[in-house]
Design a protein around this ligand. Structure first.
Ligand SMILES: [Zn+2]
Length: 697
């Protein structure tokens, strides 16, 4: 029997009553009995604001607007942002706290060499915009002169090696990271790069949107070359040279979808072979110059790209390459130069994202300090914002969700027992990191002062590069974090087989110890399930329990997975947020699978939690909603987003995450649990026919 949504003092009741019915579908293994879902007492709730709902919309037709329509109307995008959602609201709260920490640090006479001194001086030097204007190019001159002084291809290669240590992004990306097929050792990984626009399409396509962004890019470059002292005609010529060079690289680059195939992007070869095939890169000498002389083999992501890069390096006139290097250097540090450079960068950014106003300097410098000294800064943050109780509660939730995932693997109807055994082994080996690192990064060898922000930025980049190089030949460092503690985000790492949740995300409204379980499971629980099931999405499933790229699936099971995932891909490719703009179901596959799989397993983890707490007793209905309804509302609350059309187009092209609207409804449209919670009927827009539904776990 379908439980009729409770008529309450809420306006929500009017609409909920309209979709009550007796529709019920086959339930999963841990579904609770009808008795335990009998109407419980109505209590005031924490964690959801019912005034956000738009009850003129049916939850079964459009859950995105039902769950957040009033919120979307009442929360327009501020001028300084390109999109706006609960994450941004939390972001603003976090930033206020972080700003206080930075100002305190800047005003403290901390002992030279301490983390506090470095954080304070980095921020203060970045905030000194008058000083930056006055310094002009003074602190950049030594680097500009190095590029100017290049008079031969050999000198060019030596400078390329130096540019690598400055992290400017010129030509290609190189770094020391785990060998994906042997995740217990580090390897030198080389990948395509060298572009300044966010996607190769902007170089290659001639539609209105691509041309608009491309023209704005040329204008940006021209302005910067003029600021550097070139006459207008020369500046224009230089901008054209850079665009031509980058366009060649773009043409040789793989698409984002092609980059999602880990086997196709793994080509291990002896260094000598690389040097023979792509001599103009001068990789062997570069590695020697940069402290990696011991390297014998490298992993090349995209050989065809390096083939073209080799030709570009050989055939492009030296002057044009020097122009390109200058551009890559300067555009990577505009915020450390006089204001006119940041303004030019922002005008280009504006065309891409639609943002009306440049974020204030303190916000940009806060982000820069987080990016550079994240763990020194982060220690000061967690002292104020994260408690051991919160950590314990998060660990308890994760344990429940992991158990639910194990049950879903065991009771899976389409997987062989051989594949299940490997899947369970991988799940058991999954490591969890919560809040902040057990072992903090040691910044003692990094020198930061108040003299020059630009010097600080370059020193930090070289320090980071040296730190990365030092890893080579060492055992894998499993204590490292890929995000800083205040970050409002989380990740799964296939090579480490670990899920990581920074303290910044474990805050209301995503995680609220005062809220009911349904709300926490729908919000941060949904995130936990999402990250955990990344281990089993279309990419994650290709790595085994030790983080090695190795096929542990039987052929039939692998094919069955791919078939089931393809259903999800087709569903999302049909979503169209703007006229003639469609979600790319292939690019967003991993994220969509993680949303759907994660929510499925977390739903059952919540059922278990409720069963433990209430047994067969009626469950309280906070704000008049059943726990199941609150679970889905909480999931939706996290993803409500207002976004500018420019930013939306950019997201569709570059972001592996689907827009918030489809992250909200996409998984629910496949979930009978959702139909049941809101009494949805066949024929309503959120309800897919049985044969059209995806089912993986
Ligand atoms: Zn994800």
């Amino acid at each position: 029997m379908m439980n009729k949504p409770l008529l309450s003092y809420l306006t929500a009741a009017a609409v909920l009553a309209g979709c009550a019915g007796s529709y019920r579908t086959a339930t999963n293994a841990t579904a609770t009995t009808a008795a335990s879902k009998a109407a419980g007492p109505i209590l005031p709730g924490v964690g959801l604001d019912v005034a956000d709902l738009d009850t003129t919309v049916s939850p079964c037709d459009d859950f995105f607007h039902y769950s957040g329509g009033n919120w979307l109307r009442n929360n327009p995008i501020p001028a300084y942002a390109s999109s706006w959602g609960p994450r941004n609201l939390l972001g603003d709260r976090t930033q206020a706290l972080l700003k206080q920490i930075l100002e305190d640090a800047a005003n403290t006479r901390a002992s030279k060499g301490s983390n506090l001194q470095k954080v304070g001086d980095y921020y203060a030097s970045g905030m000194d915009s008058v000083g930056l204007d006055r310094a002009g190019l003074k602190y950049l001159q030594p680097e500009l002169r190095r590029i100017d002084a290049i008079i031969s291809r050999d000198a060019l290669r030596r400078e390329l090696a130096h540019q690598q240590t400055l992290g400017t992004g010129a030509y290609f990306r190189a770094g020391v990271s785990p060998d994906r097929k042997n995740s217990s050792v580090y390897a030198v990984n080389l990948n395509q790069g060298g572009l300044s626009m966010p996607d190769r399409d902007y170089y290659l396509k001639d539609d209105v949107r691509s041309t608009t962004v491309r023209n704005a890019y040329v204008e940006y470059m021209t302005t910067v070359f003029e600021l550097l002292g070139n006459a207008p005609a020369t500046a224009q010529q230089r901008a054209a040279n850079v665009l031509a060079l980058e366009t060649r690289l773009a043409r040789a680059s793989k698409s984002r979808v092609e980059l999602r195939d880990p086997y196709a992007n793994y080509n291990k070869m002896p260094l000598a072979e690389f040097d023979r095939a792509y001599p103009a890169v001068g990789l062997g000498d570069m590695l020697k110059q940069n402290g990696l002389g011991a390297v014998q083999e490298v992993i090349v992501g995209q050989p065809a790209f390096f083939q073209e890069l080799n030709t570009v390096l050989q055939s492009t006139p030296l002057l044009e390459q020097k122009t390109y290097l200058t551009w890559q250097l300067v555009s990577s540090i505009t915020s450390a130069l006089p204001q006119a450079y940041s303004d030019a960068a922002f005008r280009f950014q504006q065309v891409q994202s639609g943002t009306k106003q440049q974020p204030t300097r303190w916000k940009r410098m806060l982000a820069a300090t987080d990016g550079t000294l994240g763990e020194a800064f982060g220690q000061l943050y967690v002292d104020k914002a994260f408690s051991p109780e919160a950590k314990q509660k998060a660990l308890d939730m994760l344990a429940n969700i992991k158990e639910s995932m194990a049950e879903h693997i065991r009771s899976n109807t389409w997987m062989s027992s051989a594949t299940k055994t490997e899947a369970l082994k991988k799940l058991n080996a999954l490591r969890v990191k919560i809040g902040y690192p057990d072992k903090w990064k040691d910044y003692s060898t990094l020198n930061i002062s108040r003299e020059s922000y630009l010097q600080n930025v370059l020193a930090a980049r070289q320090w980071n590069y040296a730190r990365n190089v030092e890893k080579y030949g060492q055992p894998i460092d499993r204590t490292e974090w890929g995000m800083t503690p205040p970050t409002i985000n989380a990740y799964y790492s296939p090579a480490m087989n670990e899920i990581v949740f920074p303290a910044g995300y474990l805050q209301p409204p995503f995680f609220d110890p005062k809220a009911d379980d349904a709300v926490n499971y729908g919000a941060i629980g949904g995130v936990m399930g999402h990250e955990m099931t990344h281990a089993f999405d279309d990419q994650g499933r290709q790595y085994d329990s030790e983080g090695n790229l190795r096929d542990w699936w039987t052929k039939a099971d692998g094919e069955e997975f791919t078939k089931r995932a393809a259903v999800v891909g087709t569903q999302y490719s049909a979503f169209s947020p703007l006229d003639s703009v469609y979600v790319n179901g292939k690019l967003t596959m991993g994220e969509n699978l993680a949303d759907f799989s994660g929510l499925t397993i977390v739903y059952d983890a919540l059922q278990k939690q409720l069963q433990q707490k209430y047994g067969s007793k009626p469950r309280p209905r906070y704000d008049g909603f059943t726990p199941e309804q609150r679970f889905f509302l909480s999931w939706a609350q996290l993803r409500r987003t207002n976004i500018r059309p420019e930013a939306l187009r950019q997201q569709i092209l570059t972001d592996p995450h689907s827009p918030g609207q489809y992250r909200t409804i996409g998984p629910l449209m496949n979930m009978p649990q959702f139909y049941e919670a809101f009494g949805c009927q066949p024929g309503q827009k959120m309800v897919r026919n049985t044969e059209d539904r995806a089912k993986i776990w």
